[in-house]
Structure formats: C-alpha cells, structure tokens
Write a protein that binds this ligand. Structure first.
Ligand SMILES: Nc1ncnc2c1ncn2[C@@H]1O[C@H](COP(=O)(O)OP(=O)(O)OP(=O)(O)O)[C@@H](O)[C@H]1O
Ligand SMILES: [Mg+2]
Length: 434
C-alpha cells in the first residue's frame, strides 16, 4: 500500500454557538490520505467538510483524536499542505501576481525568488498574461484559477480543495477540473495526493480513486467507495453511471425515517414547496411514471445534485416519495398529492408536516394553547440555535415557515415576526384543545 501522508484517527470537533451551547460538528473521523491518490469528499451542507479540511491543513485544531502528517502529529500549518478555499478569497487590491506570491512571502522567500515561481504557477494554471490584472477584472473561473495557483506555488505535497469548482458555471468548472486532472496525470505539479470536497456526485466519480460520503450531525464518514476506472473517464459510460447511482443511494440512505426518532431541532432540507411540487410533477409524468433514477431525475429537472437531493429528502421526509438505493418512487399519498387540486394539496401537505416534522407540530400546538393564537418566532429560533448555528437556525425556521404556510399549519407575519394560527382556524383550535 502507498505511504500514508495524512492520517486522521478519531478526529472530533465541537463549536460553541452564540448562546454558549456546544455543538459537535465532527465526531470519530478516521481517514488516511495516501501517496498517489485523489479522494473526493461528498456530504450535505453543514456536515463539517470545510471544518475537516481546515483541521487537515492545520488551520484549526481538533479537540479530539489525532492528525498525523507523515507520521508526526500535526500542530499547525505545514509547508507541504496547500489549500484552495471554497470562496475565492483573493485580496482585491493585489494583482494576480501579488496574490499568488503571498504564500511565498509568508514563508520569508525574497522577492527575486518569489516572482519567477509565481509566474510559473500562473502559467501552469493557464493564466499567463494576466499577472498584472486585479481580481475584479477576472471572470469567476479565472479567479478560482488564481486561488489554485496560490496553493500550487508553494509546491504542496497535499492539495486540499474545498469545492473549488462549485461557484463556477458548469462548463468553466468542468474545464478547470479537467485541467487539474491533466496536470496531475502529466506530473507537472509536484502534488502527491489530493482531497477534493465536492457537491457534485458526477464530479467526484470522474476525479477520484475513492469517494467518501459524509454523514451529518455530527459529521463522520458514512461510506467509502473505491473507483477503479481508468482515466480519463467518460461521464456517460455505463461504469460511471453505475457508480453515480451507487453513491446517490448511499447519500439518500436513512431518508424518510420514523418521525418518532426525529429531533425537534432537525436540520430540514433547504428546499421550497415549488421545487418539491415541480419534482413530483416530473416524477408522475412520462418517462418516469412514478419511479425514477435520481441522476436521471436531476438531469430532467435541470437541478444540481445538492438541490435535487434536498428536494428529494424533503419529499421523503413528508412521506410523499420513497428513496431506495438511488431510486425515488412516488408513494400512494404522494400520487394523491401530485394529482390533487390546490386545496387538497395544501391539506395533505399540512397533515404530513405535522405528522413528520416535530417542530411543525410543536409550533402548531403552542399556538393553539395561546388564547389569541399568536407567538413570536424568537423562542423557536432559540430552540433551533441550541443545536444549530445561528445562521442555520434562521435558515431552518425560514424553511419551516414557508412549508407551514403552504400546509396552512400556521401563518407568519414578515413585518412583526409573529407566528399565528391561520385565519379561520381559531375555532378548530378551541375544538382540539377541548
Ligand atoms: N468557527 C465556527 N464557529 C462556530 N460554528 C462553526 C464554525 N465553523 C463551522 N461551524 C459550524 O460547523 C458546521 C459545519 O460547517 P462546515 O463549514 O464545516 O460545513 P460544510 O460541510 O463545509 O458545509 P458546506 O457544504 O455548506 O460548505 C456548521 O454547522 C457550521 O455552522
Ligand atoms: Mg464547506
């Protein structure tokens, strides 16, 4: 087996949220990156991928377990590890050349040596001629290339790439990815191993020797899939499609679980009702007739994997579809919903929301217990923030409010931030409360 470069054993990390609660973001992560391999890391938003990369780069410290770099404990940033960040993170007032030289300057290399090395890295990544340009004069794809050149100029043995391609349009992202693979194949970059965080299953399968799927809450490795296909890999080849299917299945395992096990502060999938409805309509129509392969549905719906997965998870959560081994199948209830008139749809949606999303039921019950059927959103937001970051808590409540309004479970006033029972429901409330 090839030599281990980075070894993680039992790595954990907690963050303290604004209100002082500890949140476990990573737990028990075991993983070894070896010479000669490209590993892709897939996982839901917020599952801790960037945090793991920062720990591997020595930028932040794990609070449990151990990270070893070439056999020695890693205590901080080291020369051999380069990182490309999720956002372009360039200094807007510095030129391309100056941005790329930064990494070398930080380690005290004199300007006379820095300049030619930066120029080489810039040329390598296809930006020759743009040395004097400022970031704002570049396209998104070119800016991301500067970010990669800045990592490559230090000649890292390990390159950690955090969604280096996802902020780019599809074609630009593909071109950049292919260029990186070509540099890797030809041996023109000194990098011996790469870990690539991705939101795109196809990208992961096309690039990697191994695909890791991360589970959320806390983040940990759910599965590893070896990809033993020669490169370059054709996206449409049967082998590639089969693996994409398999990984979709791994990523959707466990969706639609029993509501009894769902936590009150659950991280709901980030999706909206219109997208869920749109997917159901596609699903019941030809050629799918109620059952589809997730990648095929993603293509038909023209959605990115993350968007499709979020909507599919939401539908599964509500019992409108079933997810099984990478396939999505409409349930009898889902069919009634998809074929129903608007009021029936609202009714079914609300019923499923209360049955399957404990927080929706909790909000509804709390409103019914109020004499005037009104409550501010803050207590529910704090409840979520005990388990999620402030930003995620707000996002989840926002999602739930949109779903709750569609299902007429509750109303929300965007001016006052007050949750209320839907008009005409006050009498029902009195009935249910007896
Ligand atoms: N410095 C920090 N302080 C507090 N919480 C943090 C910090 N950094 C990350 N988190 C939280 O840790 C969790 C994991 O974040 P991280 O950015 O690692 O996820 P991710 O998998 O990279 O998500 P994405 O796919 O959206 O980039 C999130 O809930 C995030 O809010
Ligand atoms: Mg991230």
């Amino acid at each position: 087996m090839a030599a281990a470069i980075l070894e993680l054993s039992g790595v954990g990390k907690s963050f303290r949220s604004a209100d002082g609660h500890e949140r476990r973001v990573l737990d028990g992560v075991d993983f070894t990156l070896r010479e000669g391999e490209i590993v892709s890391l897939l996982g839901a938003s917020g599952s801790g991928k960037s945090t793991l990369l920062r720990i591997m780069a020595g930028l932040i410290e794990a609070d449990g377990g151990e990270v070893r770099w070439r056999g020695r404990p890693l205590y901080g940033p080291v020369r051999g590890i380069g990182m490309v960040f999720q956002s372009f993170a360039l200094f807007p007032w510095l030129t391309v050349q100056q941005n790329v030289e930064l990494g070398l300057e930080a380690r005290g290399m004199p300007p006379a040596q820095r300049a030619p090395r930066a120029a080489r890295a810039i040329a390598l990544i296809g930006l020759g001629g743009f040395e004097g340009a400022l970031p704002r004069e570049l396209s998104g794809g070119m800016r991301q290339r500067v970010g990669i050149a800045r990592a490559l100029v230090t000649e890292p043995e390990v390159l950690l790439m955090d969604e280096a391609f996802s902020a780019l349009d599809v074609l630009t992202g593909e071109r950049l990815r292919d260029d990186i693979l070509e540099l890797w194949r030809s041996g023109t970059m000194p990098t011996k191993a790469m870990l690539v965080v991705s939101h795109n299953i196809e990208e992961a399968v096309l690039m990697a020797d191994r695909v890791l799927v991360f589970a959320s809450n806390p983040g940990r490795i759910r599965s590893q899939t070896a990809v033993r296909l020669p490169r370059p890999r054709a996206p449409d080849s049967a082998d590639v499609r089969l693996l994409i299917d398999e990984i979709y299945a791994l990523m959707t395992a466990g969706a639609g679980r029993a509501a009894a096990h769902a936590p009150l502060a659950e991280r709901l999938p980030d999706t909206d009702v219109a997208r869920m409805d749109g997917l159901l309509q596609l699903l019941i129509a030809a050629p799918f007739d109620g059952s589809a392969d997730l990648p095929a549905l993603a293509e038909e719906a023209q959605l990115a994997d993350a968007e499709l997965l979020a909507a599919a998870h939401a539908l599964a959560l509500l019992g409108l579809v079933q997810l099984e081994r990478g396939d999505v199948k409409i349930t009898p209830l889902g069919r009634r919903y998809a074929e129903g008139a608007h009021t029936l749809r609202q009714e079914l949606f609300g019923q499923q929301l209360i049955a399957h999303v404990p927080l929706a039921a909790h909000i509804r019950r709390s409103l019914e217990e109020e004499p005037d059927g009104r409550l501010p959103q803050e207590p529910f937001l704090s409840l979520l923030a005990e388990h999620l970051s402030q930003a995620e808590a707000a996002r989840v409540l926002h999602t739930l409010i949109a779903w709750g309004r569609h299902g007429e479970v509750f109303e929300y006033d965007y001016h006052t931030g007050m949750l209320t029972l839907p008009s005409g429901d006050e009498d029902d409330a009195a009935d249910t409360e007896g």
